[in-house]
Design a protein around this ligand. Structure first.
Ligand SMILES: [Zn+2]
Length: 191
């Protein structure tokens, strides 16, 4: 499966916006400094920018899918102030152990699994081998690798903790999304 488009997949909480436990209220949303500009610069470089987010707060009953979608609409409205937007949002509502009903199962979409990236690749004709995954957790790094993307760890959110605890010598580490976007653009310009 080789698509015609390149994408940068972005984790949401701790990567685009300041990590707050189970963020779901619009008034609690806060961009990490430079994130809107980073998104804009990646789109200018020709990438699709696609958010892939684990939202097990749904399985746990903390909030529902409509609240997640309302928050994503809010993010789009905020990005419009910067003349940019996210091309698509995917989120996994599931959790393998917590929660009740249909959302409690070991799905293929919860990162470290690559399901959301693979679905996006089908729906947007993406060449995963020419694409990137940026996030602050080992699950982001694994999801990207398993999808065939290059993964970058940002040191915002849980990134510092993750870099200290996990052996990730081979993973590119960037201070924040802004610096990850600059790294990706420099690589693309070279090739
Ligand atoms: Zn899932």
């Amino acid at each position: 499966m080789t698509g015609t488009q390149r994408a940068v997949f972005l984790d949401r909480d701790g990567t685009i916006n300041v990590e707050k436990n189970y963020l779901h209220k619009i008034e609690d949303f806060e961009f990490i400094s430079g994130a809107p500009e980073a998104i804009s610069s990646l789109k200018d470089a020709g990438f699709l920018v696609i958010v892939v987010s684990n939202q097990s707060g749904i399985a746990r009953g903390y909030f529902d899918e409509r609240e997640v979608e309302a928050l994503h609409s809010h993010i789009q409205a905020k990005l419009a102030d910067y003349g940019t937007s996210i091309d698509a949002f995917y989120f996994c509502p599931h959790h393998p152990e917590h929660g009740v009903g249909d959302d409690k199962f070991a799905c293929e979409c919860r990162k470290g699994a690559p399901g959301m990236l693979l679905q996006a690749a089908r729906e947007y004709d993406i060449d995963l081998g020419q694409s990137f995954m940026v996030g602050d957790k080992i699950a982001d790094i694994e999801a990207g690798h398993r999808a065939g993307c290059q993964s970058l760890l940002v040191l915002t959110g849980y990134g510092q903790k993750c870099a200290a605890e996990q052996s990730m010598a081979s993973v590119v580490k960037c201070a924040d999304l802004c610096s990850a976007a600059a790294w990706i653009r420099a690589l693309v310009t070279k090739s």
